[in-house]
Design a protein around this ligand. Structure first.
Ligand code: CP
Ligand code: NVA
Length: 304
């Protein structure tokens, strides 16, 4: 049995297999071909935080593959409050075939996995968002071809959960990852060291200046400045991140082929302008669509 708590749980061959299968599953879906790979299987979703894309794409993915899903929100689940995380995990493991968890603390997912007898999927934690990056790498392959090695992704904004997972995904496929973030919002040294030890060819550059960084970008990626759980810091973050907005002026400094990605939800007027989101460089909504195809491959790999 395997868990998917982090992209580092996969080796590069497994990641390439998932991306290839996601491409195949997407092709089949577009042709109207929906095979019941997961007939009778049930996915549990336990979410402490809101979600549109992750929840809806996992539920649709299960339904399309002949399975079903059960959603437990923070109120239903009360993970770790109504009963302990180990008791929750040992009980739910007997009703469903896999569980996707979205939690405030990454530690909760690890604790759940340690007591679960079924595969556990990280559906976002404060540390990482690996499901997001599976879909994002699929989107980048559609854009640039299967060999992404040598491309450059510039992440402008907060060195957050999505940025960390993107850095891992890029390192695994030989994509240069540049983080343009203000002081105090870059990656922890330990994270970069672990990543470079596991994927020595991965290049992670932490550079404070978006205007310089985007000159070599194939992809500019951004995410909200205030992630779920950080709401009390919102005003301070608005001030600190103001020079890191992705807008038409910044996009104009990038090569003509550079595309804009965002995991969504976006706060138009903060990390990204409406104009940038709606520009012809934006592939944000194709990116959102690919979440489902990538997760179908993941579910099939974990369960079929
Ligand atoms: N990108 C993403 O995970 O979106 P949701 O928070 O809506 O699931
Ligand atoms: N960094 C954001 C991503 C949302 C999908 C958050 O954690 O809120």
């Amino acid at each position: 049995m395997r868990h998917f708590l982090d992209l580092l749980d996969l080796n590069s061959d497994e990641l390439n297999h998932l991306l290839a299968d996601a491409t195949a599953m997407k092709g089949a879906y577009k042709r109207g071909d929906r095979q019941p790979f997961l007939a009778g299987r049930v996915l549990g979703l336990v979410f402490e935080k809101p979600s549109l894309r992750t929840r809806a794409s996992f539920e649709a993915a299960m339904a399309q593959m002949g399975g079903s899903s059960i959603f437990l929100s923070a109120n239903d689940g009360q993970l770790g409050k109504r009963e302990s995380v180990p008791d929750f995990a040992r009980t739910l493991s007997q009703y469903v075939d896999a569980v996707a968890l979205r939690t405030y603390s990454h530690r909760t997912i690890e604790e759940f996995a340690a007591h679960s007898s079924i595969p556990v999927i990280n559906a976002l934690s404060d540390a990482s968002h690996p499901c997001q990056v599976l879909g994002d790498l699929l989107t980048m392959q559609e854009l640039f071809g299967n060999k992404l090695q040598g491309r450059t992704l510039v992440f402008v904004g907060d060195g957050n959960n999505v940025a960390r997972s993107m850095a891992v995904g890029c390192a695994m496929l030989g994509v240069r990852f540049v983080l343009a973030a203000p002081d105090g919002y870059r990656f922890e040294d330990g994270f970069v060291q672990t990543l470079q030890k596991r994927h020595p060819l991965g290049e992670v550059i932490q550079n404070g200046v978006p205007g310089h960084a985007v000159g070599s970008a194939d992809v500019i990626y951004t995410d909200v400045w205030t992630s779920m759980g950080q709401e009390a810091e919102h005003e301070e973050r608005l001030r600190k991140f103001a020079p890191f907005q992705v807008n038409s002026q910044l996009l104009a400094l990038a090569p003509a082929h550079t595309r804009l990605m965002h995991c969504l939800p976006a706060r138009r007027g903060e990390e990204v302008t409406a104009e940038a989101m709606e520009s012809e460089r934006s592939i944000i909504f194709e990116q959102a669509g690919n979440r489902m195809h990538a997760q179908k491959a993941l579910l099939k790999w974990l369960l079929a």
